[in-house]
Design a protein. Structure first.
Length: 118
């Protein structure tokens, strides 16, 4: 089993590679909710997780990651964007629903997942 420091080094090497290949993209840390599940005003320790180039959408309820093949996530993102009530109708086919999903204001970024330390 790999030590935490070895895992961290692998994650950081991947992050540095992505930064070098995509210098124009913002780098966005996504913090696991288990790290900060408290109303206190303290510092919380996390650990470097994986990094990936992806897209995200900041809805009113949460952050959605671009997952067009996951219908639960498509539905959740459209609901959060209030597109369900406005543009998506029950009589629409899958392709039309995906087009509305594709047109959400996605932001391409390098996302770094901050997870619980081992």
């Amino acid at each position: 089993m790999k030590k935490e420091s070895e895992i961290q080094q692998e994650h950081l090497q991947e992050l540095f590679r992505l930064i070098k290949e995509n210098p124009e993209l913002p780098i966005v840390p996504m913090v696991d909710s288990e790290i900060v599940a408290d109303d206190g005003y303290q510092w919380w320790m996390g650990s470097w997780g994986k990094a990936e180039k992806t897209k995200y959408y900041r809805g009113e309820e949460c952050v959605h990651f671009y997952e067009p093949d996951d219908w639960d996530e498509v539905d959740s993102a459209l609901y959060d964007a209030h597109e369900i009530d406005g543009k998506v109708r029950p009589d629409m086919g899958d392709d039309a629903v995906k087009e509305v999903y594709e047109n959400l204001p996605w932001t391409e970024a390098i996302v770094v997942y901050i997870r619980l330390p081992e």
